[in-house]
Every structure is written in structure tokens, then in C-alpha cells.
Design a protein around this ligand. Sequence first.
Ligand SMILES: CC(O)(O)NCCCCN
Ligand SMILES: [Zn+2]
Length: 668
Amino acid sequence: MKMGTALIYDEEMTKYKLLWVDPVCKIEVPERLTVSHEALIKTGLADRCISVPVREATDADILLVHSEEYLEAVKKTPYMTLEDLQEFTLQYGDVYFHPNIYHCAKLAAGAALQLVDSVMTGKVRNGMALVRPPGHHSMRSAASGFCVFNNVAIAAQYAKQQYGVKRVLIVDWDVHHGQGVQYCFEDDPSVLYFSWHRYEHQKFWPQLKESDYNSVGKEKGAGFNINVPWNKVGMKNSDYLSVFCHILLPVAYEFSPDLVLVCAGFDSAIGDPEGEMCASPDIFAHLTHLLMNLAGGKLCAVLEGGYNLTSLPQSVCQTVQTLLGDPAPRPANLDGPCESALESLHCVRSAHRQYWSCLKHAAELPTSDVTTKRIKLAEEEEDKLKKVEEEKNAEEEVWPEPPKRVAPAVRTALVLPNDVACPDGCKRFSSSEDPVIVNKLRKNFLKDADDSDALTSLSSLIALVEKMERNEICNGLALVPDVSMAMMCVVQHAATALRNRVLVVCVGDAGVSSHGTEDGKTLVVQFSNREPEEQKCKYHISVCLKKGCSDVSGFAQAVLGLLLPLGYEYDPSLVLLARTPDSGLCDSVWQQLTGLLQGIAQGHTLVLMQEAETSCVGPTASSLFGDAAPSLGKLHAPLPEDVEALERLRHRLQVDWKLLQTTAPETG
Ligand SMILES: CC(O)(O)NCCCCN
Ligand SMILES: [Zn+2]
């Protein structure tokens, strides 16, 4: 039932621009929209989307967020002379007006509403609106930061009013703090606002105290406003992924939104003059992918900032291609979050530990904030030096083109016993008995009885792995007589044949071979309810949950805060996901796991299940085929002993696995 992706764009929104000299505003140019849209056309992505027209937001729509006096004032701007427009602009900060900007602002807000309508009526699964003017800085009675109407805030209020949406998650990955969104929802527990932003200890625009991590929301909204300040520039992919795995995703799954809105600003990408960050455009493929299993896949991305006319279109294409379901590119060399990012991560998690059970165990704030002060002083010294040398050689940032993302001809192949039906959309797979493979299998695995159907399924399995390796097939599912045997067979084959690494995720108590874990060719992560004997090595990790995987929230937090960071850092070429009937895992959690893991290894996920589990074939295939997993519903608190165990495990592993860090190492 995979539905399409909406794309909303109208060239009318390019028909306004800065009419006077203003160094702050000169970067907000019409070309931002044209280069983004042209890139989507050139790459063929636009044709794969469902084009949805814009509409003008009505007064009633705009008044969901803004005051009458502000709307009435903006309504007068089309008739103003140039002098009047400049005069009118002076009352606001870092924004400009133009005779046609009111019209475009209505279209930008209306585009967001069209996107909400398309997703909420089930016409599409998700979508992106390319709009200007942006929205997230504009406030109830003020324009700000190139924004006139708050497109995403209006869309959130509209979704609640028109569709009775109970909980809306707003993810703001623009590099500026969307203070307009924060002010609008800070006392509203039905809208969870998450924003990271360049802050530099309040030195960066808009220089607000309330953009810091300790602004957590007010009254009933306490806990529903999450600010992640970047106190240094140069943040990279690892910093962004760490914050998603250790703050946003755990809280988002606990919140369980009915709709996800993204303030999709791309000034957080490398090359942007505003952000001065170093994250590559393909990171937005992963950020998008990680949000696509929330709210049953209902995701609306609305363009905010993005001022580098090279990285902006690249980032937009990465986002749209992921919304369309194409596998994400492999996350190149993630080397762990920097110290400043860890400091922010630590502060945000401790500021929110009282509101979210997934953060309950988060480490306390540094006892006295003397540590923060000490770190700040050290940083300021360092920054002064850095600034000096930067002035010297402020060269243009360069970065590689994001890798081509080719979706294999076959997305999902299934190795099934003949009497098991193959879900529509997927391809039944069985290999013609390749004598070489058969002999190797017979020699290594089937010494005894000539167990022919085991032989058939194993040889099909190996043939399938080889097609995945050649990117002819994206992912697969095999029902096998013996999961442990099949796992060992695939791991051995992969370790020899595949140039690269295999991540083995095992749910339940199947015996897992440690083959390849000694030299890191294989990373095994096993979830079960059995206390592991002493931890074997860095590449063989046992996660013990008291109630096994039947505890939804404990398992979900283990996947989000431990398995995902490990998987991203390990960066395998194949993910082998095995489950045994005793796993106690319910389908929706299993589908979340299968969905999330597809962000790794370019989506090359191979699922192994016991032949008896035919009832799980449908749900697994639908997730492999790219359907969003069903929502887990609001998560209750995980078992305290599981939380502690997970925290201890993460603390021990973070020595070897940097993406598991959540606090700055104690500076001596
Ligand atoms: C939409 C936005 O967040 O990119 N606007 C940035 C305005 C910066 C003003 N100094
Ligand atoms: Zn911005």
C-alpha cells in the first residue's frame, strides 16, 4: 500500500526580492527556489513525485497563529512605495518586505496546508513543499529572519483543528532557532518542538536566552520544547546523528506523534554562509529516513533556510529521494561527536530527564556549572586562535557530490517454502542450484543427512546475498528450517565473499556464531532476556532486557539509543536481521526495527525467520518493501533495571564506539 510523495512548488514564490541594500538579507534570493526545483527536475525526482498545487492561506488560516493587527499591517504592504516598505521593515529584525511578498507569504503558508491535506487525507504518504518566504522565525505580531507568516506553526494548528490530530512533532533542522515556533507552542503539550541551532553561547542570531537548552517549555508544555544549542560551528554528520539517536528519536517515540512536520532548513549543511557547519548533504537522507516510521509515515517537510546554491539543491534532493523510499547512501566515516556537541547533548538530556522516561537515567548536569564555565573559557581561548587563522585562509568550502543512489531493479525478494504465499509487490526468490555453492554448503554445513530442502533454502539464501551484494536486489526475507544454521552460513559466506562488514542483529535466543567478531568483519548485537556471560568482545554485544523483547519501550530505547548508533558507526555493507519464535516481539515493534535498520547498508537488510513464523511474513515484507511501520503508540516507562543495564552497557561500550557517547569525557 506504499503511497506516493507530494511535491509542492510554484514559481510565483520566486517573484519577490530585496529592493534595497541590506547585507543581512541579501542571501535570501529567489534563486534558492529555482535551483532547488531545477535539481529535482534534472535528477528525475520531480517526475516520481505527485505534484500538488499551492493555494493561498486564508485570513482564518493565518489567524491560527498571527494577530489581526499584524495581518492587517502586512495586508497594506502591496500598496506601499519603496520608502514605505523600507520604513515598514525597520520595525522588524533581519527581514525585508516587497510589494509581492504578502502574496508569496500566503502561498508559502498555503503550500504547507496543501501538504497537510494531502497527507492527512491519504492522497500521499509524505511530501515536501519548496517555499519562500520561510516561516519559523515569524511571531504572532512580528516578521523576523526573512519570515512573514509561520508556515509550519500554521500547518500544525490547522492539522489539529481540521483533522483532530492529537500530537504533532515539529523537527526543525534549520541551523537557526525557530523562536516563532517555540513561542507559539511553548505551553502546548500537543505540539513537541525540537530545534537545533547555531548558538555560540547566545552570540549568534537571534541571540536569545530562551534558545538555550534550559528552555523546556512552560506550564503544561514543560518538556515539549527541546532546544539543542550548537556552541561551536563546524558540526558534522556524527554530531547530528548523535542528537537524533540520543535525544530526538527516543523522545519522539515516547511522544508517539500522529503527524510529523519538518522545518526543513538546509543552512545546517556544509558550505552555508549562515550555519558554517560541516555536515554533508546526504546526512538529510538519514535524518529523513529516521523520521519516516513515526506517525505511520505521515511526514510533511517545508523548506525554511538554505543559502548556498550548491549544497541547498543537493540537500533537497537527498531529502526528497528518501521520502520516495530510495535507500540512503552509506554514512561516510562517522568519527563520533565533538566535545562541544557532547556538552550540548549532556545538557539537553539532563534538562529533559524529568519529563521523558527514556532520559530518566541521563547523567546529572555537571554539578556546578563551573565545568561549563571552565570549558567555555577554554573554548573562547581556542576560538580566538581559530578565528585568527581562519581569517588568514578563509577558503571556499568544497565537498564531494553526494553519491548516486540507485534503487535496485528488485526491491524485496523472498525465499519461502512453496506452500507459503508471497505477498504482492515482492518477488519469490529461489536459486537454480549453483553447483559451486551447493558443494561448499554440503562440505561446510550439511555433512550428515543429505537434507535437500535445507540445502535448497541455504543455496537460495547465498544466491540472494550475492544479488544484494551486486545491488541487483535491495533487501530480502528467508524462511529457513534452522535460523542459527542459516545465520552462520550467511556470515561465513559474507565474511569471505563480501569485501565489507556484516551487522548481525539477533532477536531472541538463537545460537549466534561468533565467526568474524574477533577481527571485526562481523558485529553481532543480540537482544534476549538471558544475562550474558561476561561481555565477549567489542564486536559481540549482548543486550539483556528483563522481559526480553516483549517490553516495547525497553526494546525501542535499546534500538534507538544503542543499536542505531552502533550500526551507523559500524557502517556494514549488509545487515542480517534474525529472529527466533521465542523472541516475544510484537509485529509493530519488529516492523519498526526492520524499517529503521534500512537506513544502514544502503538498505541491504536480509531477514531470517523460522519456517513456522509464516504469520510474520506479511508484516516483515511490507516493511522491507518500504511501507512505514505502524505507530507503537505512546511508550510507557521502560523497566528501571533495563534502563540501568542499558546505560551501563552503553557506558562500557562508548570507549570503543564513539556514537554511544552522551556526555563529554571528564576533562582532567
Ligand atoms: C529561515 C532562516 O532560519 O534561515 N532565516 C535565517 C535569518 C538569519 C538572519 N540573520
Ligand atoms: Zn535558517
